[in-house]
Every structure is written in C-alpha cells, then in structure tokens.
Ligand binder design. Structure first.
Ligand code: NCD
Length: 310
C-alpha cells in the first residue's frame, strides 16, 4: 500500500481526495479489528504526539491521545490555553515552533478560524486540525463518514440531513464537503439565523451535490436516511440574549423518529445539550455513542499515516 497521507497536514475536509478518505477508512477498519481482538499495535513506537487544546474538548482530545497510546506512541499535552504560554500572549506560530522540537505530530484546537493553517505554516512536522473556531473539524468528518459507512453500508445515494447550528458548527462545515464528494444528497435544516454559510452551499453545489433546504425538522426527518444533529454553539454568540432566541429550537424525540423515514440513523458529534431527548438513546438507530467510539480507530489510522508508520 502506498501511504497517501505520509508527511501531510490535516487541515480541511476539501483537501481530501476520495482515494485518500477510502485509505483512511481501510486502515481504520484494520486497526479496529486488531483492537477488538486484543492485539497490541506498536507501529508508532518511539513517536510522540503533542495535543494543544485551547478550547474545551472531551472526545477529540481523549480519542486522539488514546489512539496514540493504542498504536504504541506517547503523548504530551497542553490541556487548556490557561495553563500554557498562550495565556502569556505567545503566538500560535511561536508555540508550535517550540513544540515541534518535542514531538513528531501535533493536534491543535483553537478558537480562531485558520489557526491550524497558521500552526501548519510554522511547523515542519504534520499538524492536524482538531477544530479551528467556527471553521472546520476534518477528523470529525472522517469519523462521521466511517460511521455512516458502517451504519448504512456506504454514502452514495443516501440522503443526509444536517440539522441545527449550521452557521457556527465546524463539524457540519467539514462533513458537508465529504458528503458532496461521495455523492450523498444533502438536506440542510436550520432556522434563518443559523443557516449554512452561503460560500459553503455554493461550493457544495459547484461540486455537483444536490442540496435541499428544509427548515422544518419533522419534514426533513421524513426525507432522510441519516439525521446529523448539532448543538447550538452557545460560545459563538455575541450575547446570551441572541443565544436564548434559538436555544432549544429543535428537539429530536421518539415522537419525531416514529414519523421519520423508517430506519433513520441519528448522529451527533456530541456534546448534546437539549437537542436529542434522552429517550432516543435506546432507539437502535441512535448511533452517536458508536460514532464517538469510531473516533479511536480513525485517529489511530490518521496518526499512523501522517507519521509514515503504515
Ligand atoms: C464538536 C466540536 O468541538 O466542534 N465536538 C466534537 O469535537 N465532537 C461539536 C460541538 O462542540 O458541538
């Protein structure tokens, strides 16, 4: 196998070709099998991952760190901007130029759009975007594609509804590009103030994707094979008052699922606040915790690939 990601940064969803995504999926599936069988992988022995997280995170940071340990590597970490020199006013570039002397690969999460690109420009080692403000979250999109493929058998011809805060949600910004690449039909379900940015919709259409806007959640759910629910991104609002106007605008409950397309799969990048009722957790199509767990093999694959160890 020729490793298509060796030495590369992972910054956006659009940087990926179909072939590259499929290779990540294949490597991840093999690694998932190995972990299931209780095998200890050691392909990243001697390598160090630095996680630099300047925004809250549970899944992304822990699954990257667990992934590194599962492939035999080691981890160093700045758990919050407040405990690093960022609090003293250090630039991203200076932090990264320092950290690359200690590690072989960096995962960065930062509130500023373009921060991961800035880090990648400053570093000679691979930089992975773990979320740059309201920009992108490409590794989440990869694990989402992995999840949809596992749950539904593939993406082509599927209708996937992205619901909630499509304006500020970086996970849907990234995922929509990959859905377009694989020929899924995209339904956008959001209130006017949280609509998907025009430049993204234009880009999706330019790539030949079929994009429909259906602001009514029940109606969108009736047409969709997958419902990808997102949290209203409270931290991106100018004021509490603006947030309260749209908070709780969509709540997915069993009543809605009973009227939705049969067998609908419910996804969510998590954390959820109030947008999926807890009663949905026992519905067999509720895939969000399986989705979170898929972050492990996908990130094992990504780290191993960019470090040239597969
Ligand atoms: C998301 C994020 O940080 O963008 N979480 C995640 O990485 N799984 C979604 C969110 O915070 O709503």
């Amino acid at each position: 196998m020729k490793n298509l990601l060796k030495g590369k940064d992972v910054l956006t969803a659009q940087q990926f070709s179909k072939e590259e995504i499929l290779q990540v999926m294949d490597v991840a599936a093999d690694m998932e099998k190995a972990v299931r069988k209780g095998k200890n992988l050691d392909n990243m022995e001697g390598k160090i991952l630095a996680t630099l997280f300047f925004e809250p995170s549970t899944r992304t940071r822990l699954s990257f760190e667990a992934a590194m340990l599962r492939v035999g590597g080691q981890v160093i970490s700045v758990a919050s901007g407040a405990t690093s020199s960022a609090a003293k006013g250090e630039t991203i570039a200076d932090s990264v130029k320092t950290v690359e002397g200690y590690a072989d690969v960096i995962v960065i999460r930062h509130p500023q759009v373009g921060s991961a690109q800035e880090a990648a420009d400053a570093a000679d080692i691979p930089v992975i975007n773990g979320g740059d403000g309201t920009g992108q979250h490409p590794t989440q999109a990869l694990l989402d594609v992995y999840t949809i493929t596992k749950e539904k058998g593939g993406l082509e011809g599927l209708t996937v509804c992205l619901l909630g805060d499509l304006k500020n949600g970086r996970t849907v910004h990234s995922l929509s590009h990959m859905l377009a690449l694989f020929g899924a039909r995209i339904v956008l379900c959001a209130p006017e103030v949280l609509k998907m940015p025009d430049y993204i919709v234009a880009d999706l259409k330019q790539r030949g994707a079929e994009v429909l806007e259906i602001p009514d959640a029940a109606e969108a759910a009736q047409q969709s094979d997958v419902l990808y629910v997102t949290r209203v991104q409270k931290e991106r609002f100018a004021s509490e008052e603006d947030y309260l106007k749209v908070k709780g605008i969509y709540v997915i409950d069993m009543n809605m699922i009973r009227q939705a397309k049969k067998g609908i799969t419910i996804m969510h990048p998590l954390p959820r606040v109030d947008e999926i009722a807890y009663e949905v957790d026992s519905y067999e199509g509720a895939a969000y915790f399986r989705q979170a767990h898929n972050g492990l093999p996908v990130r094992m694959a990504l780290l191993s690939m960019v470090c040239g160890r597969v």
